[in-house]
Each structure stands twice: as structure tokens, then as C-alpha cells.
Design a protein around this ligand. Structure first.
Ligand code: SAH
Length: 225
């Protein structure tokens, strides 16, 4: 999966992308994340990326011309056949916004089937509405609260989508039987226990120690929420 991210703060992605499973997915070339700094497409000497809203009011709005310039440069890079952009398929374009459709596991599974995503991270008051009207395929929200920017939502989406890509999770970490998965009827998972058998007076449910796989399966099914 190839993901282009348009952001004013590419540095924010360093931590999540350089550790653990996401790191391994990139090392194994199952996931390619390309960060594009919107600032470099800013206007004039000061590389301005935002402006005050028409109609007045507080806050700044990210300019449509800056964002479209960044998007078009990605397409142009593809045409030049830059080695870093292996796939030339047009990306599915997502803008993160509290006004968007709330992200669910089913939606994540659908997005994971796409070859290529483009994630636009808003900041300040968000982007000029004309971007949403003409250059975006869908708006996604990660919940009914307001964040300072779309970078954390983008990282949430990259993480959730990446673990659906075949090979990203090892056998030990399989995504098949997890909360909201089809295998668990889209319910929340059963509880897990590991050693020690008794911890500060709290015992592991005896059925899990019984070795009776049928009974264990039955118990786990009953625990789904
Ligand atoms: N003025 C907007 C909030 C802007 S917050 C409003 O009232 O709806 C700045 C940016 O953070 C947004 O452009 C969006 O990209 C991102 N953002 C904030 N909260 C979000 C959420 N819950 N889901 C997805 N993106 C969010």
C-alpha cells in the first residue's frame, strides 16, 4: 500500500512510523508512506499556506491553491516515474475533519483494499471548502471531538489500515480474530490472561487451564460484547 500524506508538520509522523509494526511493514515494503510538506508549496517569500476567512471570524483557513499545487506535484512526480512512487494509480483522497464520516473497522477494511491513499491533514480552522468539493473523495472523522490538526487522525488511519495488509502482522498478531472483526461477529473481543496463574489473589478462569478447546471456545464466545 502506498500512502501520500499532505501535512504542514511532517515531523509529527516520525515517532509512530519509525517503531514496531509500522516500521517493520515499511522495511518489508508492504507499506510505503510518503510525507509531503505543504509549507514548501506556500505562497511568496514567507511560504504562506493559510489566510483569514471570507466573512470574518477567528482563525485561519488553509488555502485551496496551495493544497492543489501540492496534489498536482505528486501527480507530476508520478509522471516523471520517480523511483519512490512505484504505483501510479490515482490515489483515493481523504480529508480529515470532525464533519466527516466516523471511522469504523468495516471502513478501515475497505480502505485497506485500495492500492493507494492520499491523506490531507488540516490545521487551524481547516481547509477552504472548495478542496472538499472538488479534490477530495471522502471526509473522515476519528470521533466527535476536535483536535489541533489532522496529523493524529492520519496516523490512526495509517496504523489501522496497515494491520489489515496481508503480511504486516506476524502469525502471533493475527488480525482475523479481533474486536470488530467479522470472525467475532463485529463484537468486542474476549479477555486475555497469561502467567502467573494467580496474581495477588486473582485467578485465571479455570476453563482456560482445562485444555478443553471446545469449552475454551464456548467460554470465549460468551465473553464477546
Ligand atoms: N474548524 C473545525 C476544526 C478544525 S481542527 C471544526 O470546527 O470542525 C483542525 C484540523 O484538525 C481539521 O482541519 C482536521 O483536519 C483535524 N481534525 C480535528 N479534529 C478531528 C477529528 N475529530 N477527526 C478528524 N480530523 C480532525
Amino acid at each position: 500500500m502506498h500512502i501520500d500524506v499532505l501535512t504542514l508538520f511532517p515531523g509529527m509522523f516520525t515517532g509512530p512510523l519509525s517503531e514496531s509494526i509500522l516500521r517493520r511493514a515499511q522495511d518489508n515494503d508492504l507499506l510505503q508512506v510518503h510525507l509531503h510538506d505543504l509549507r514548501s508549496f506556500g505562497m511568496g517569500k514567507y511560504k504562506q499556506v493559510d489566510d483569514s476567512p471570507y466573512g470574518g471570524g477567528a482563525g485561519m483557513v488553509m488555502r485551496a491553491d496551495v493544497i492543489v499545487a501540492a496534489m498536482e506535484s505528486i501527480v507530476a512526480e508520478d509522471k516523471k516515474g520517480k523511483k519512490s512512487n512505484k504505483t501510479k494509480k490515482a490515489p483515493w483522497r481523504i480529508y480529515f475533519s470532525p464533519r466527516g464520516k466516523k471511522l469504523t473497522q468495516t471502513h478501515v477494511e475497505q480502505l485497506a483494499k485500495k492500492e493507494r491513499l492520499l491523506l490531507l491533514c488540516g490545521h487551524y480552522e481547516g481547509v477552504d471548502q472548495r478542496i472538499c468539493d472538488g479534490w477530495i473523495d471522502e471526509e473522515i472523522s476519528i470521533g466527535d471531538y476536535v483536535l489541533t490538526g489532522g496529523e493524529l487522525p492520519a496516523m490512526v488511519l495509517i496504523d489501522a489500515v496497515a494491520r489489515q495488509i496481508p503480511g504486516v502482522l506476524g502469525k502471533e498478531e493475527s488480525a482475523a480474530e479481533e474486536s470488530f472483526s467479522k470472525a467475532l461477529d463485529r463484537k468486542k473481543e474476549y479477555p486475555h490472561y497469561t502467567r502467573p496463574e494467580v496474581f495477588r489473589g486473582r485467578k485465571v478462569p479455570p476453563v482456560l487451564l482445562s485444555g478443553n478447546h471446545k469449552e475454551i471456545e464456548k467460554w470465549r464466545r460468551e465473553q464477546l460484547q
